[in-house]
Design a protein around this ligand. Structure first.
Ligand code: AMP
Ligand code: MG
Length: 487
């Protein structure tokens, strides 16, 4: 276990130089105080969880102190936002403080969000409010606990610094961890600004540090792109299987590591709704829940365009062609498991689609349905779940198909079925209204609810005594909350 001053830095991205990022010092927040820390994320840096409670911890993650070896840099990138190209973006309020490696030799970027203005702030103030910092923290750690690849979050530090959004709020910073903060938009930036040398340098950097196994392949860049396609297909399959809606799938928010990245007005589905739009400024539903699948491919083709200097168009097209079949395979595999099935049959896709249609028509809670389906033997479970459906005849017909399918799945033991299903069907997810309750308490200075919710969500598959209130459908006020896009 390490103390805070024992972290070892190796700032590989900073060494790429000024064409890639700009040196900027964080601008401190007033009266910093720890809101919440993730001991699991601290373990990634070999940090002793007790150090989170020391004053220097809040000082380091609010811009007051800096390690001597840290080299804070704002990264430059661009990206396609809602389908249109924005030529220059960049870390407008985030800073890559440096890269730390742990005892296992893993490198982690320390990225501080809300750290003040940078050359890329455009019209923004460089700040992040407490509300959005808490949401990013809770979501990163909750997704990770569900087995969905995501950037991680070490802590949120709050302050008394006023920040203006629709109303006056308080500034906060969230410390994000990832093996890299390089986005699709990094490649797009150097491609569209016609800087082939830097573009090549960036590609070498990513290949060497993040896809070294692709070096062994006859066409290393193509192998790397293929791997990015595969990882994105798998990540988005998991979003769809667990009902996660990202909300702002712009190419500057897509990680080259295939991890969930940059959390804004995201939401988990409460009632199943394929057409759900979590971002209320997304008037056309470009990033609606079901559109995430084709948008994943759209984003990958934007990256492919930026890689045309290295890879032939035909090879890129072929690699892009892998996306949908891979997505389908991962998605179906997860949904089979969510249904408790251990074998594959031709018609399983239809079984899933029919169920989702019924859930959509009746507004059935997406998370609780699967959890309850595993609580009891199949016949008993469907009999009990029947009440949640409006189209009873439709549900009965589905239930008959399901019971027959379960019977064909082979000999199984009820205890094992329950264990197997509960291991993939969470009881606790980050419902918007739960986040909202925790935020309201935190805004009035009480951080206990954020901390409790974080704890509960760190073991989403495990029933936790006394935590029943976190496993409920939302109350009326908590349904369809409009989450502010300002952050
Ligand atoms: P986002 O929608 O959060 O992914 O942000 C899009 C771009 O706007 C990124 O380049 C951000 O760094 C930048 N940005 C967002 N909010 C602010 C802010 N308050 N101050 C400066 N830049 C910001
Ligand atoms: Mg972003």
């Amino acid at each position: 276990m390490k103390a805070l001053d024992e972290l070892t830095f190796d700032n590989r991205f900073a060494r790429l130089g000024d064409a890639f990022s700009t040196h900027v010092l964080p601008e401190p927040l007033d009266e910093p105080r720890l809101v919440v820390a993730s001991s699991a994320a601290m373990a990634l840096l070999d940090l002793d969880p007790a150090v989170a409670e020391t004053p220097v911890f809040a000082e380091l993650f609010s811009g007051h102190k800096l390690w001597a070896e840290a080299e804070p840099r704002a990264m430059v990138y661009s990206g396609h936002q809602f389908g249109g190209y924005t030529p220059q973006l960049g870390d407008g309020r985030g800073l890559l403080l440096g890269e730390v490696y742990n005892a296992a030799g893993e490198h982690w970027d320390l990225h501080l969000k809300g750290a003040g203005m940078t050359p890329y702030s455009r019209m923004g103030d460089g700040r992040a409010v407490l509300r959005s910092s808490i949401r990013e923290f809770l979501a990163s750690e909750a997704l990770h606990a569900l087995g969905i690849p995501s950037s991680r979050a070490l802590c949120v530090v709050g302050s008394s610094t006023p920040v203006w959004r629709e109303k006056q709020e308080r500034g906060a910073m969230v410390l994000r961890l990832a093996h890299s903060h390089i986005r699709f938009g990094h490649f797009e930036y150097f491609y569209y600004t016609k800087k082939p040398e830097q573009q090549a340098e960036l590609a070498e950097h990513v290949l060497n540090l993040h896809y070294p196994e692709c070096r062994e392949q006859p066409e290393p860049y193509l192998a790397m792109f293929r791997e990015i396609v595969e990882r994105n297909a798998e990540m988005i399959a998991k979003w769809q299987a667990y009902g996660f809606c990202h909300g702002v799938m712009n190419t500057d928010n897509m990680s080259i590591l295939g991890i969930t990245f940059d959390f804004g007005p995201f939401a988990f589905l409460d009632d199943f709704d394929a057409h759900f739009i979590c971002n209320h400024s997304d008037h056309e539903g470009r990033y609606s829940f079901s559109n995430q699948v084709p948008i994943g491919q759209w984003n990958l083709s934007a990256l492919a365009q930026a890689l045309t200097p290295f890879i032939s168009v035909d090879a890129l097209k072929e690699a892009l062609g892998l996306y949908l079949p891979l997505y389908q395979a991962h998605y179906l595999d997860l949904m089979r498991r969510r249904l408790g099935l251990t074998t594959a049959e031709e018609d399983d896709q239809k079984l899933v689609e029919r169920l989702l249609k019924l859930m959509q028509n009746s507004g059935v809670d997406y998370t609780l349905f699967f959890r309850r389906l595993g609580d009891e033997p199949a016949a008993l479970a469907v009999a009990r779940l029947r009440d949640d459906f409006v189209d009873l005849a439709g549900f009965d017909a589905w239930a008959e198909l399901y019971k027959a399918r379960v019977a064909r799945d082979g000999d199984y033991n009820e205890v094992q079925r329950r264990e197997r299903m509960h291991a993939v069907n969470p009881l606790y997810i980050l419902r918007n209204y739960l986040a909202q309750n925790a935020i309201a308490a935190a805004e009035s200075g009480d951080y206990s609810e954020v901390r409790r919710l974080h704890e509960v969500l760190s073991k989403p598959f495990e029933e936790q005594p006394g935590m029943e209130q976190y496993a409920q459908r939302p109350p009326d006020w908590g349904k369809h909350l409009e989450i502010s896009c300002s952050s």
